[in-house]
Design a protein around this ligand. Structure first.
Ligand code: ATP
Length: 400
């Protein structure tokens, strides 16, 4: 027991002294070969260019990144006038914007079909080809058809060849959409976008009303991608045009446009250079759409205003065709940080190893004197069963 422990003790002491008082370093072979030398330097140059050009300059590997949290407030301005069968009317922002809270997603009405004075009563379905009947048997009492407007009473009306229904009557007739659009003047309406963002990791808050965009400027400016890139007031016609769509077509049947507010901020530079960029993308409402979208063209929805008349509840139904605007904010800020810098340098140094691997492949497999280089690079041990032959270097032999 005592012998084992003393042996163990000497092993441990030896291992410790080896660990602390010895140092291993790999032996290098210096190859004087022009072809391999050039290949190696070229690869190293490529790796250096990748690290400096791509990792540091393009990808900004020395900076840390934060994503923006943003809020958007919108406000429309503009007035429209209509004269429908002698009935004049003026439409202001509260009449044509849905919903009216000024969020990042809203609809500007450009066309509509109005059905006045609807009451809860019985009337025949609209003869639009969707709800035809030939006899009372086609109109099951108490049921409704998939595209119907009310509960069937069980009667087929001869004059219209449609089922009689209990519904809000008279039924809306949307077989023809007003053309030109009733609010085509909406092209000149203006949209004000107020956007604030924060990069919480860096404690930075920015607004699209940047330096230079003050009360005086806002009162007269209109966004222009070349002249007034920072003006937060946009003409609706310009928005549609910049999205690549046609306004009159879109105003007739409705459509959707995405506005992208993009912030890309380098916080190592002046904060004043952290400014928004606006992008406009037509989503639907254009004739060039694919076949599948022809199943539903444009964008519309219905809304009603209720009132009492002679103690009878009535409503005015509106089928609204409009331009739906969806505003999306995307923000990214970068700032110098020592951790990503060291990581980028470390990975770059690691990639330098690729040059050694490729050059070794060339040296040991492709050059004419490959066997000579193999001999120089590797030291061969004796086969396990043979008596080990220790080959000494020339210098060692001389010493011996
Ligand atoms: N859609 C828009 N088109 C043009 N100017 C606008 C629009 N929306 C707001 N403005 C103007 O931008 C400025 C800032 O608008 P903000 O809504 O903060 O102020 P306001 O005084 O409440 O605006 P309002 O004129 O609606 O009373 C105001 O001068 C306002 O008139």
């Amino acid at each position: 027991m005592c012998i084992i422990s003393s042996k163990m003790k000497s092993y441990i002491t030896e291992a410790l002294s080896n660990f602390f008082f010895e140092y291993e370093t790999p032996r290098q072979v210096l190859v004087r070969n022009r072809r391999v030398g050039v290949v190696c330097r070229l690869i190293q140059l490529g790796v250096l260019a990748y690290i400096i050009g791509w990792v540091f300059i393009y990808e900004k590997g020395y900076q840390t990144v934060d994503i923006a949290i943003g809020s958007v407030f919108t406000k429309m301005k503009g007035v429209a006038y209509t004269d429908i069968s002698g009935e004049e009317r003026v439409w202001d922002v509260s009449d044509y914007v849905y919903p009216d809270q000024g969020g990042e997603s809203f609809v500007i009405m450009t066309n509509f079909i109005i059905t006045d004075g609807q009451t809860q009563s019985m009337c025949p379905e609209l003869p639009d080809g969707k709800n035809t009947c030939n006899s009372d048997a086609d109109c099951t009492k108490g049921q409704f058809k998939r595209t119907g407007n009310g509960h069937m009473t069980g009667k087929c009306v001869n004059t219209t060849n449609t089922c009689e229904i209990m519904s809000w009557c008279p039924i809306e007739d949307d077989r023809t959409i007003p053309n030109p659009p009733l609010l085509s003047v909406a092209e000149n309406f203006t949209l004000f976008i107020k956007n604030s963002i924060t990069f919480p990791a860096f404690g930075v808050v920015r607004s699209n009303l940047v330096e230079g965009v003050d009360q005086r400027y806002i009162k007269k400016c209109l966004y222009d991608p070349d002249e007034h890139q920072l003006c937060p007031i946009f003409r609706l016609g310009d928005i549609v045009r910049l999205s690549g769509f046609n306004f009159s077509q879109m105003a007739g049947v409705g459509g959707a446009i995405g506005i992208l507010i993009e912030w890309e901020c380098n916080l190592d530079l002046s904060l004043q250079r952290c400014i928004p960029k606006y992008g406009f993308h037509g989503l639907y409402g254009n004739a060039k759409e694919g076949e599948s979208s022809q199943a539903s063209v444009g964008y519309n929805f219905r809304t009603a205003k209720y009132y009492m008349e002679d103690k009878v509840e009535k409503r005015t139904l509106m089928k609204i065709f409009g331009i739906r605007i969806d505003i999306v904010v995307h923000g990214l800020a970068r700032k110098f940080d020592i951790i990503p810098t060291l990581t980028a340098i470390g990975s770059g140094v690691g990639i330098f190893g690729v040059a050694t691997v490729v050059c070794d492949l060339v040296l040991l497999n492709l050059v004419p004197k490959k066997d000579f280089y193999k001999n120089m690079k590797f030291k061969y041990t004796a086969v396990q069963d043979e008596v080990p032959v220790i080959q000494l270097d020339k210098e060692d032999q001389e010493k011996e």
